[in-house]
Design a binder for this molecule. Structure first.
Ligand SMILES: [Zn+2]
Length: 256
């Protein structure tokens, strides 16, 4: 399992000649903060993103274009895998299944899992890294993702990194510096790197005209993260995300 980098500090241990990375990006706060962090660490970056047919893909992609332009990165490669995902079931994909409102800790959020998503996207990123002679695949999975998304867990990424190490004869490794931190710490990193967080898109409903719904799991987590980090949240929400905070989160933030 050589070469698995597990935390932010280890970024400085990466040999400068190997500072090239394919980064999985969505236009959301986590992967955009990862981009900003790696720019700060002078990485040569190939941003890649996927159209997998989710309701919020287009809104995310618009945000990603803005983020890449702001960070002076090359235009992201957008890979269309939506045909594959028409065979998969998730509330993020099927128009007749509503995206649940509430907190990630709730059971109804399981419907937002997209089966196999990270496995498929990381495998494509491996091919992109090998094709472009890049040493790293960057992914912004974080500790809070583990509530509902098993393929974001550290254990899974570690196994996959071991498999990729074998598949690429040690040439491509996985960089997941946020795996042990939560979204509020990611917000702090993005903000400290100068990224305007309001430029990013989170909402699963993907309604660009109306803005973030404020009630789905990712809207709630986004707002909590910024409040916890002491960052002013400039996102335009249709509804106040605080109604779906847990009691503990309200207590932590001193709003109850
Ligand atoms: Zn939302």
């Amino acid at each position: 399992m050589s070469g698995v980098i597990r935390n932010t500090n280890s970024l400085i241990e990466i040999n400068p000649i190997n500072k090239s990375a394919v980064i999985l990006c969505s236009g959301g706060m986590d992967s955009s903060s990862l981009l900003a962090l790696l720019v700060k660490h002078d990485f040569d970056i190939l941003p890649i993103t996927f159209n997998y047919g989710s309701k919020h893909n287009d809104a995310e992609f618009g945000a990603l274009l803005k983020v890449c332009k702001f960070l002076k990165l090359r235009k992201p490669a957008r890979i269309d895998i939506s045909v594959m995902f028409t065979h998969f079931k998730s509330s993020l994909l099927q128009k007749d299944i509503e995206v649940p409102h509430g907190h990630y800790a709730e059971d109804n959020m399981k419907s937002t899992v997209v089966p196999g998503r990270n496995s498929i996207m990381l495998s494509i990123a491996l091919g992109m890294a090998q094709s472009n002679d890049m040493s790293w695949i960057g992914i912004a999975n974080h500790a809070g993702d583990a509530y509902q998304y098993p393929d974001c867990q550290k254990e899974y990424i570690d196994y996959l990194a071991g498999a990729f190490d074998v598949a690429s004869e040690g040439k491509v490794r996985i960089l997941s510096p946020f795996v042990n931190i939560d979204k509020s710490q990611i917000a702090t990193i993005g903000n400290n790197c100068g990224l305007p967080l309001e430029m990013t898109w989170s909402c699963y409903e993907g309604n660009l005209e109306k803005g973030h719904c404020g009630l789905c799991g990712t809207c709630v987590e986004r707002h909590w993260a910024m409040l916890k980090a002491g960052i002013k949240d400039k996102t335009g929400y249709q509804n106040d995300p605080r109604v779906n905070f847990t009691k503990q989160e309200k207590r932590d933030l001193g709003i109850e």
